[in-house]
Structure formats: structure tokens, C-alpha cells
Design a binder for this molecule. Structure first.
Ligand code: IMP
Ligand code: MG
Length: 377
């Protein structure tokens, strides 16, 4: 089974990262870079400045510095251009330079050059402050993205256009303390279990969670736990659920986003009972997009209306679920499903993510159908 821990993966907030560059490889790259820098500066009569670009370059600067054998000053500056995993394209000087570079040769020490926006801005800042020469030394480079014409004098390792963390690099300010470098593991699966009330979603979900190492997110369960605990959210939700209505989108979305962030060590998530409306589906897309993820598949359990009614009544007896007991409530739930939830079928068909499963028959039979489909993802 695909367990996050077994493969040396790490989890930072809502994302999983897998091992990418081991520390000893990083050290070798720094050895090479240091050798080139030393060769260029060994006979210099001036005292060049090593400019550490905070915070990402802290570790690289320290390791590089240990290997340099000419007299140099160390200064720092702090700029930001990243928010989350996306470059904002704007660079701000957050902390001014910690010394004067006037008339001095400067070696910019960067953890990584991505779009190059930082380097361009930095070079302008250094020129404005009278640096006599500016060189760029970066541990990592994403050559597929870097399109600026400033030459990069010293490059440690070239990497593909993926988001990485570790050895000084961060994801929302965490992950810098890892010795090794990790790359974003985009292999996280996001399944939606879809179907009318009583289609057997809850029953099938338990088996799927077990077999495919998923975190089961049932908005119904999340809400019911709020109700049981008598929270304010729970009281609001109870009134609506008792009337067979849907709970406001923001409430449900917030709960789900929290779960994505909280849960670790899974191969994916199984959403059960969400989204129920187009608006919720769009909100989910937005949540996932923000995390550079997407819905993997919608697994739709289909049963006819008469069977919905039968199964809900049966379940009400066994579980004593008040929301399932009344005929009127059941009718309203079926109506709400047809009106508001069914349009989702077309929404997900349009993106080719919709997969229908015959939900009639024995539990085992349905499970077999589901597994056959799931094995494809
Ligand atoms: P640029 O201005 O687009 O070249 O971005 C440079 C800065 O963005 C680096 O100094 C990093 O702080 C940050 N950055 C770029 N790529 C990554 C990455 O994959 N992981 C973490 N931070 C990154
Ligand atoms: Mg940086």
C-alpha cells in the first residue's frame, strides 16, 4: 500500500513532498561551486561581498562560506516574491542590506533561481548602491523557467520546474530545516463519491478508505459531530438538516479545507456527500487549485428513486437517524438531490472525471465494481 511514511515522504501543511536531492549530493554540488568561485577570486586584492539572500540561502551561504579560501565580507538582504507555491512576480525588499556595497564586487548567493525576478531586482538594487561588479551564485536553477538575460555565473544543480522544499527552501515558511531537498508529490488523489441518499456511499466508502489508504471526508459525519457536540455551527446545521435542506456552502468548505490540511499519511481523500451543488463543486476546484491539486475522479453510485426511499427508511430504523425517519423529509431530500445535486453529473462529465457505477445488488458486488474502477487510477 502507498503509505506516505514508508516512502520517506514528508507532509507540510496540506502538501506531501517526496525525497528529491539527498544531502550528500547537495554537498558535492556545493564543493563544485566553491571550487569555481575560489578559482575566480583566489588572487583578488579587494574584499568581495558575499550577499546572502534571506531566508532561503541561509544554509547554502553557510556551507559555501566554509569552503571559500579568500577574504570576503558577508551581508544579507531579504526579498520576497513567493506566496504559497506560486511566484507572484513581484519582488519586495523586506529587510535592507546589512552593509555598504559601494565600489565592491558582490557575489549574490541564492538558494534557487526560478523566474529570475529576484535576481533582476537585486541586480538593480546593487547597481543603484554602487557595486562595482555583480555575480550570481545559485545552488539551484530551474532552466525551463529562467528566461532573463542576466548570466548566472555559478550554478549548483539544475532541476525541472517543480516546487521543492528543504535545505533552506520553504513552503509557507516551513520545511527549511530539512537537510535533504524534497519535491512536491502531486500524486495525492482526490476522489468524490457521488450518488443519491441511500445509494450506499457510506458503506462503500469504508472499504475504499481501507483498501486505498484514503482519508474519508463525510460532510454529513463532520456536521453530525458538530451537532452532537452542540456547537453553534451544529445548532445552525441541525435546523437545516431536520428540514431536509442543505447547509451553507462556506461552512462545509471551511470544514473540508481544514481536513485536507490536518490529515497526514494518506494517499488521498475520499469526499462523501460533497460537493452537492455546482457552486460547491466550483469551490472545491478552487480549494484544490490553490493547493496545485485537482479532482482525480468522481465515482457515482446509481440507484433508482424507489430504492432510495426503501434504503433510507431501512437505515433510519437501524441507525435511529432522525433526519431519515419522516416521509416528507425523504421526499424533500430526493427532490433536493434531483434539483441541485444531479446537475453535477454534467459538470464532471465535461472534465472527463465522471464514472458511473451500478449501485444496485449486494454490497460485495458493488464493491467489486468500484475496485475494478479504482485500480485504474
Ligand atoms: P524567482 O524570483 O522567481 O527567481 O524566485 C526566487 C525565489 O523564489 C527563491 O529565492 C525562493 O525563495 C523562491 N522559490 C523559487 N522556487 C522555489 C521552490 O521550488 N521552492 C521554494 N521556494 C522557491
Ligand atoms: Mg529565497
Amino acid at each position: 500500500m502507498d503509505n506516505a511514511k514508508d516512502k520517506g515522504k514528508i507532509r507540510l501543511y496540506d502538501k506531501t513532498f517526496k525525497p528529491f536531492i539527498a544531502y550528500d549530493e547537495i554537498e558535492k554540488a556545493i564543493d563544485r561551486v566553491a571550487a569555481s568561485v575560489n578559482a575566480d577570486f583566489k588572487d583578488s586584492e579587494d574584499v568581495p561581498v558575499l550577499l546572502c539572500v534571506l531566508n532561503g540561502s541561509i544554509l547554502f551561504t553557510a556551507e559555501l562560506l566554509k569552503r571559500l579560501d579568500f577574504a570576503c565580507e558577508v551581508m544579507s538582504i531579504k526579498l520576497t516574491s513567493y506566496s504559497g507555491t506560486q511566484s507572484t512576480g513581484k519582488v519586495r525588499e523586506v529587510m535592507g542590506m546589512s552593509g555598504s556595497v559601494e565600489g565592491k564586487r558582490v557575489i549574490i548567493v541564492e538558494d534557487i533561481v526560478d523566474t529570475g525576478t529576484t535576481i533582476v531586482d537585486l541586480k538593480r538594487i546593487l547597481q543603484d548602491r554602487g557595486a562595482s561588479e555583480i555575480r550570481v551564485c545559485t545552488l539551484l536553477l530551474k532552466p525551463d523557467i529562467y528566461k532573463k538575460d542576466i548570466p548566472l555565473d555559478y550554478v549548483g544543480i539544475r532541476i525541472p520546474n517543480d516546487f521543492i522544499v528543504g535545505f533552506g527552501l520553504d513552503y509557507d515558511e516551513i520545511g527549511r530545516n530539512s537537510k535533504d531537498i524534497y519535491v512536491l508529490d502531486t500524486n495525492m488523489k482526490y476522489y468524490i463519491l457521488f450518488g443519491p441518499p441511500g445509494a450506499g456511499k457510506g458503506t462503500q466508502a469504508s472499504a475504499m478508505v481501507e483498501k486505498y489508504n484514503l482519508c474519508h471526508i463525510s460532510t454529513g459525519d463532520l456536521l453530525r459531530s458538530e451537532i452532537v457536540r452542540g456547537t453553534e455551527l451544529g445548532l445552525q446545521a441541525k435546523a437545516l438538516i431536520d428540514a431536509g435542506e442543505l447547509v451553507p456552502d462556506e461552512v462545509v468548505q471551511g470544514m473540508i479545507e481544514n481536513q485536507f490540511r490536518r490529515v497526514t499519511d494518506v494517499s488521498g481523500f475520499l469526499l462523501d456527500g460533497f460537493p452537492r451543488t455546482i457552486a460547491q463543486a466550483q469551490a472545491l476546484d478552487k480549494i484544490l487549485d490553490k493547493a496545485k491539486e485537482e479532482v482525480t475522479a468522481v465515482i457515482s453510485l446509481m440507484i433508482p428513486d424507489e430504492m432510495i426511499r426503501e434504503r433510507i427508511k431501512h437505515r433510519a430504523k437501524i441507525e435511529g437517524r432522525a433526519d431519515d425517519a419522516k416521509d416528507e423529509t425523504i421526499s424533500n431530500r430526493i427532490k433536493t438531490y434531483h434539483e441541485k445535486t444531479e446537475p453535477l453529473i454534467d459538470y464532471y462529465k465535461a472534465s472527463g472525471k465522471y464514472h458511473e457505477i451500478d449501485g444496485t445488488g449486494k454490497i460485495d458486488e458493488v464493491r467489486e465494481r468500484i475496485n475494478t474502477l479504482m485500480d485504474k487510477f
